[in-house]
Design a protein around this ligand. Sequence first.
Ligand SMILES: *Cc1c(COP(=O)(O)O)cnc(C)c1O
Length: 787
Amino acid sequence: MLNHESLKKRIDLYAMTTFGGDFKDLLDSEKYVVLSKAMMETILPHWNQSRKNTETMKKAYYLSSEYLMGRFLTNNLIAMDTKDEVKEILKNMGVDYNQVEESEEDPALGNGGLGRLAACFLDSAATLGYPMDGYGIRYDFGLFKQKIVDGEQVEVADNWTKYGDPWGIRKISEKVRVTFKGGEIYAIPYDYPVIGYDNKLINTLRLWKAESLDEFDFRAFNDQNYDLAVKAKNDAENIAKVLYPNDSYEEGKKLRLKQQYFFVSASLQDMIRRFKSKNLDFEDFPKYHSIQLNDTHPAVAIPELMRLLTRKEDVEWDKAWRITTATFAYTNHTLLAEALEQWPERYYQELIPQVYKVILRIHQMLIDELKGKGIQDHDLNRYEIIHNGNIRMAWMSIFGSKSINGVARLHTDLLINQELNDWYRLYPEKFNNKTNGITQRRWLLQSNPELSELITELLGSEDWITDLKMLKNLESYADVPEIMERFLQIKWTKKKQLSDYILQEEGEEIDPDSLFDIQIKRLHEYKRQLLNAFHILFLYYELKENPDLKRVPRTFIFGAKAAPGYVRAKAIIRFINNIAELVNGDPAMEGKLKVVFVQNYRVSYGEKLFPAADLSEQISTAGKEASGTGNMKFMLNGAPTIGTYDGANIEIVEEAGDANNYIFGLKVEEIEKIRDSYNPEEIYQKDPKLRRVVDTLIDGTFEDKDGSYRELHNSLLYGANWHRADNYFVLKDFHEYRKAHEKADADYVDRLGWARKCWLNMSNSGKFSSDRTIEQYAQEIWDIEKI
Ligand SMILES: *Cc1c(COP(=O)(O)O)cnc(C)c1O
C-alpha cells in the first residue's frame, strides 16, 4: 500500500527540484522521470534489505554484454502491485498515466533475443526468490533507432538517458579500476532494481560506465591544446559509448574487445571484493558464486578470474583452476559458424597482455590434458584454444566451465552431435539443455491485461502469474463457445489497439477484421523474411489474376532492424517496403491485402504486436535458429505458429499439438541430405509462379537503386563467392510454405475453430515460462537456493 499523500508530496518536490516546475506542466518525459524517482524512494528500503538478506547466500551472477530490459515503469509498478493506485493518484493530479508510460524510452541495451533473454531471466529469478544479479555495460547509446525513409532503413542514435535515468543509482563509492595496456580507467557501477513479482525480493542489475581517472588536463588546456585536455576522458568514455548493432555476426573490433574485458574485469573484482569481506578461503568461492556466461561475449572472465586469483590474491595456479572451473557455466546461443567468436591473438597482446599471458598457460594446460588422455598429436589442433593466430572463445568457455548448455532441445542435440561433438566426447557430463523461456509478467500480464483478466476469472486465481503451467487447466474451454466468443472479442480489441497505434506511428490504416500475419525479429537471411516477402507477392499476383479468389483478407506486418553493415538485410527491408507500396497502392487490393513494415521494432512495440497476432511467422531454415523466444510470446498470447521444425518451434508444437499449428519445410536431416546436390535453379525454372515473384528483383517491377536486388537474385540462383546458391533454401521451402498458408487461410474462416487453435496454444504455453527455465538453471547448474 502506498501512502498517497507522501507520494504526491514527493512528486511535487522532484518536479520542482529536477525540472523547476509544477508536475502537471512538465513534458511527459519529465513526468516519467519524476514519477519514477518518487517510486524509487518506496523501493530503496526493500532493495537494501534484500541485499542484506542475501549477503550470506550463494548467488548466481549473469554476465551479459546485452540487456534488452524494455520499459521499467509499468513493469516495476506491477511487480509492486501499485499500478492502479499510481494511476489513480496521477488522475487526481490531472495527469494521464498512459501518456507518461508511453513517453519512457526503451533502454535498448541489446540487439535481440539474447539480450531479451537476459531480461526475462532477471525477472524470473527475482520472482522465484533466487538471488541472482546481472552484470553488464551501461552504454551511452543503445541500439540505433530505426526510421524508414523512402523504403530504406535509416539509423538514428539512441540517446536513451536524454531526460534522465531515474531507475539507475550511480554508486561511485564502489568504482573499480580496469587496466589496459597504456593505462587504467574507472568502471562506475549503476544499479537498477530487479523487482520480484509480489514477493519483496529485489535483485540488482549492475551496469558499468567507463570513466577516466583524469577528468581534465589543465596544463594542456592552459597551453590552448583543448583536444588534448579532454583526450583521456574521451578515450575512456568511448569504451562504453555504444552498443555494437550486430546480431549473431561477430564484430572484429578492438573496441568491442575492450568493452568485453572492461565489464568482465569490473564485475569479477566486485565479486572478489565482497567475497573477501567474508574472510573465507578462496577455495570456498564456488560455494558463493555461480557465474553464467551469456554466450562467449564475457568469456574473457575465465582467464581474468585466473589472473585475479593467481596474481592479485596469491592463490596457486592449480587451486585457482579448480575454483574457476567450478564457478563458470557457459550458454551457447548459435549454430551459425560465422558467429562463433574468435579474436586475433595480437589484439589481446596489444590491449590486455596481462590476460594474454594467462590464456597461453590455459592453452598449454589443455594441450597437456589432451595428451594425457591419449589424444593424438594430429588431432590436437581441433581443440586448440589458440589456433592459427586466433583465440577461440567458445573453446575457452568449454574448457573453463562446469556446464555447457544449448537453448532448445534441437539446438543442444546439434551441439552434441555435430558442432561441439569433439568436446562432448571429451566431457559428456558438462553438456545439458535449457530450453529458453519468456516472462509471462511482461508478455501477458502487462502487455495483454484483457486476456490476463479472462484467465484469472476462469481459473479463479492469479496463481498463473507465477505458475504458468496452470494455464493447462483452461484447455477444456476451447469447446465452450461463449468463452471462445469472449476470447475472440479480446483478440479483436488488441488488434484494434494495434491498428490505432500503427495509424499514429506509421500513418497506415489497417483493418482489425483482417487476419494479422506478423513477423517481428532481427533481419537476417536465415530468418527468411525474404520467403515471407515472396509469398506476399505470390498472393498479390494470384489475387490480381483471379479477383474472385476466396482468400481471407490479410494484413502482413513486419518489424525488423538490420545491422547497418549488412547490405543484403537492408536490401530485404527495402524490398518489403517496395512490396508494401505496390500492394497498398493498388485499389484492387482494397479489403484483401495490406502490408506494413513498422519502424523501430523494440520491446515496447513488441508488447503491442504479440497480443494482436493471428499468425506467428517462425520460418527460419531448419537448424539455424537456436531457440527463438518471439515464437513463445506469440504462443502465450494465443497465436498459432506457421513455422519450420527449428529451435523451440519443435517443442511448441509438441506442447500445443500439430493440428493447432502450421509446420512446413525441410527438416535438419533433409537439409543435410540434399545440401550437396541442391539446385535452386531447377525449382525456379519449373515453377513459373515462383519465378515471377523472384524475378521482381530484376525485371523492373521495383527500382534496383544500387544493384543490391540483382545481387540478392544472384545469391539465390548462383550463390556468391562465400556461399552456395540459395544458402537458406528459400526456393526449396516456398511450395510447402505456400500450402501451409492456404491451409491456415481455410481454417481461419471457421471462427470458433480458429479460436480453439489459438486457445490451445495459449493453454499449453506453460513450459515456455522463463520461470521454468530459471528453475532448471538454479537446480541443475547453479545449485542455489531461494530466499
Ligand atoms: C523477443 C524479442 C526478440 C527475439 O525474437 P526472435 O523471434 O526469437 O528472434 C528480438 N527483439 C525483441 C525486441 C524481442 O522482444
